[in-house]
Design a protein around this ligand. Structure first.
Ligand SMILES: Cc1cc2nc3c(=O)[nH]c(=O)nc-3n(C[C@H](O)[C@H](O)[C@H](O)COP(=O)(O)O)c2cc1C
Length: 353
């Protein structure tokens, strides 16, 4: 049995293994299976409206009475720029033409930030999940304070020591140290600043040395050896995303699973071409074209994502999935397609706990 550390006892879990929140991929069944197996399951509600987010939490509660994490996006509310959006659509126009689709006249902000969304905040205060985590930045002090006052444990992602300092100063309980190997969106607060692109091991070590909060290593960790290495560097838990995408409980499509199980998973790329923010995914037609002209900036996040989703919808109607956002970390080739509880047991066994 694993000897509990501060993070596990504060959150109330057996093993320092977190199934990463993954908007569009994590499900109540996945989160509950991981929590029931002694880890911390997570829901990603960053792209959900308040009604569907509440239902995800209620559905998870029907499947587990153990703690689980609910994750929201705290990006700076978007500032629209008509010129940039038009230039981006013009850049993508050959792709729309290839799919016999009209180029949209305008793009939409397809979801709002938790920073400007009081209804999601009120729903979290009311439903009181054991853990709430933040990606892309931090909410106001008032929101953090109110969630903590309800007894909710709070976590935020940092991709560098400066962001980690802001997290620590905000009163949040723990920090996800997200390295450059990670699948999905990079949690960087300001995507337009210089990114040192620290690896998970360097970032974990730096954050452990810098502050006093529990550090959760994330990025490229897929098996027990990776978890043990992170804990050896001082992390109090590891957060795994890609490893859980291929579990039968996830919402990943068959084509996504097939891509992750094929040679395609050997080629991932960090790109802003899909959503407007840097994110790591399996290289596809949209990434290749989107990144082909560095002089054209993608529209802001999540406005660019609207164009990507329109392209994917049109392509998938033709049985073409080469425009889908298949987020994946660099550790993908090491993943195992097991039911989530078996995967947690396997990880625990590999850690010799
Ligand atoms: C498909 C996918 C979706 C993700 N969505 C979210 C999300 O909604 N919120 C979040 O905080 N992190 C999200 N992430 C990032 C994870 O929290 C984590 O940092 C990452 O998965 C770790 O790297 P790994 O995939 O190599 O394990 C996502 C990752 C993936 C692969």
């Amino acid at each position: 049995m694993y000897k509990q550390n501060r993070f596990c006892s504060d959150v109330g879990i057996h093993y320092p293994i977190i199934q990463a929140p993954m908007a569009g991929v994590s499900t109540p069944a996945l989160a509950a299976a991981v929590s029931n197996a002694g880890g911390l399951g997570s829901l990603g509600i960053g792209a959900s409206d308040v009604k569907s987010a509440k239902k995800l939490i209620e559905d998870t509660r029907l499947l587990t009475n153990k703690p689980f994490n609910v994750n929201v996006f705290c990006h700076e509310p978007v500032s629209r720029n008509d010129q940039v959006e038009r230039a981006w659509l013009a850049h993508l126009s050959p792709l729309f033409a290839e799919l016999d689709e009209m180029v949209p006249e305008t793009l939409n902000e397809i979801y709002t930030s938790f920073i400007s969304s009081d209804d999601v905040f009120e729903m979290l205060v009311e439903t009181k999940p054991a853990v709430v985590s933040f990606h892309f930045g931090l909410p106001s002090d008032e929101k953090i304070h109110a969630l903590k006052k309800r007894g909710i444990y709070t976590i935020a992602t940092a991709t560098n020591p400066d962001e980690a300092r802001l997290v620590e100063d905000s009163g949040i309980n723990a920090i996800v140290a997200q390295g450059i190997e990670a699948g999905g969106h990079r949690g960087i607060f300001e995507p337009n600043t210089t990114d040192e692109k620290l690896t998970t091991s360097v970032l974990t070590r730096k954050l452990v040395a810098q502050g006093s909060l529990p550090i959760i290593a994330a990025g490229g960790i897929v098996d027990g050896t990776g978890i043990k290495a992170a804990m050896h560097l001082g992390a109090e838990a590891a957060q795994l995303g890609t490893a859980f995408i291929v579990c039968p409980e996830s919402a990943a499509s068959n084509d996504y699973r097939a891509a992750l199980t094929s040679e395609r998973s050997l080629k991932t790329k960090l790109t802003s071409a899909i959503s407007g923010r840097p994110a790591r995914g399996i290289v596809n037609r949209l990434i290749c074209h989107g990144d082909s002209d560095k002089t054209v900036l993608p529209a802001s996040y999540p406005v660019a994502y609207d164009a990507a989703k329109k392209l994917h919808r049109a392509a998938s109607k033709q049985g073409n999935f080469d425009f889908a956002a298949y987020w994946s970390g660099q550790g993908a080739p090491l993943k195992r397609a097991l039911p989530a509880d078996d995967l947690v047991s396997q990880l625990v066994k590999e850690c010799n706990w």
